[in-house]
Design a protein around this ligand. Structure first.
Ligand SMILES: Cc1ncc(COP(=O)(O)O)c(C=O)c1O
Length: 290
C-alpha cells in the first residue's frame, strides 16, 4: 500500500505529492518544520510541537497558519497510514514563486506531512549509551527557529557517522550548545546543567520534558553553558530528542565521559520517560507537564 501524504489540504498517494521545482523551500530553505512522536498511534506532546511550529512560522514571517486544522490533519495522516510507534513530519514553506530573494507578493505556503513508523530506540543502545564528537558550531544566530535550513547539522551528523560516532555536539566560543539534532545535558555534582533557551539552540520539547521530570524528581537544574574542556570532568552526559528520547553519552572525541558508562541520573530519567510513554500509549495526555 502506498503511503498517504498530506499536501496543501489533500490526502494523496506519495507518488502524487509533488511540489513545484521553484518552491521556496527548494530554492532558499525558506520554511520551517516539526517532528512529532506517536506511541501506539497516540501523539506525544503534540500541543507543544504545534505551538513551536506556530512560533517558527511567525519568526520567519510566514502567513498565519491554522494550528487547529493542521493538528487535525496531522492526526488524520497518522491514522490513514496506520502508524503505531512513529513520527509525523510537518513542513511549511513560503511556497512556489519565481526565484527572487524578497518575499513573493502573494505567498501560497506549501504544507505537507508524512507519517512514518519508527521503533523506540533499542533497550541495548539505551543501556549502553552512545558516542559523540565535537564540531564547530557554524550555524546562524537564530537556531531557536526550527528552520529547514539544516546544512551545518547535516554536515556535522555526517562527520559523526564517518568517525563512527552517533552524534556531533556543536561547540561555539568554547561551550557546548547542542547536538546536530539533539539537546545536550551534563550532570555535575548531582545537578543537571544544560545550555539556556536562547537563539543558540533549538528549545527542544524533549529538553523541556526532561527538565520537568528532573525538577519533579528533586534534581536541581542549572541552565548555563557547559565548557567543552569540562566534559572530561562531568559525572554524566546525555542527549535528547523527540526520536531518541533520553540517551546517555559515554564518550566524546574518543575520551570517556563519566567513567565510560551511563550513570544513575540517565537511568532515572529514562525510567520516568518510559512511564510517560506508557501513559500516552494508553490514551492519556501529558501536555500539562510542560
Ligand atoms: C538542532 C536540534 N536541537 C534539538 C533537537 C531536539 O528537539 P526536540 O526534543 O523538540 O525533538 C532537535 C530535533 O530535531 C534539533 O534538530
Amino acid at each position: 500500500m502506498s503511503e498517504i501524504v498530506y499536501l496543501n489540504g489533500k490526502f494523496v498517494p506519495y507518488e502524487e505529492a509533488l511540489v513545484p521545482v521553484e518552491d521556496r523551500g527548494n530554492l532558499f530553505a525558506d520554511g520551517v518544520y516539526e517532528v512529532i512522536r506517536f506511541y501506539s498511534g497516540q501523539p506525544f506532546l503534540m500541543k507543544a510541537h504545534m505551538e513551536r511550529l506556530e512560533r517558527s512560522a511567525r519568526e520567519i514571517r510566514l502567513p498565519a497558519i491554522d494550528i487547529e486544522a493542521l493538528t487535525e490533519a496531522g492526526l488524520e495522516t497518522v491514522r490513514r497510514n496506520g502508524i503505531g510507534d512513529g513520527t509525523l513530519y510537518i513542513q511549511v514553506t513560503r511556497g512556489p514563486a519565481p526565484r527572487n530573494h524578497a518575499f513573493p507578493p502573494n505567498p501560497r505556503p506549501t504544507v505537507f506531512m508524512i507519517a512514518r513508523s519508527l521503533a523506540r530506540p533499542g533497550k541495548e543502545l539505551r543501556g549502553q549509551g552512545v558516542t559523540c564528537i565535537t564540531v564547530p558550531d557554524i550555524r546562524w544566530l537564530r537556531c531557536d527557529i526550527k528552520s529547514i535550513g539544516l546544512l551545518p547539522n547535516v554536515l556535522g551528523k555526517q562527520q559523526a557517522r564517518e568517525a563512527g560516532a552517533f552524534e556531533a555536539l556543536f561547540v561555539r566560543d568554547g561551550v557546548v550548545t547542542e547536538g546536530t539534532s539533539t539537546n545536550a545535558f551534563a550532570v555535575r555534582e548531582g545537578r543537571i546543567v544544560t545550555y539556556p533557551e536562547d537563539e543558540h539552540i533549538l528549545p527542544g520539547i524533549t529538553r523541556r520534558l526532561i527538565l520537568a521530570i528532573a525538577r519533579r524528581e528533586g534534581i536541581e537544574v542549572v541552565e548555563e553553558a557547559l565548557n567543552v574542556d569540562e566534559l572530561d570532568r562531568v559525572d554524566e552526559l546525555l542527549i535528547s530528542s523527540t526520536t531518541i528520547e533520553v540517551m546517555p553519552v559515554v564518550s566524546v572525541d574518543g575520551r570517556p565521559v563519566g567513567g565510560g558508562r551511563p550513570g544513575p541520573v540517565a537511568r532515572k530519567l529514562q525510567e520516568q520517560y518510559d512511564r510517560l510513554v506508557e501513559k500516552v500509549a494508553s490514551g492519556e495526555s501529558i501536555d500539562d507537564l510542560i
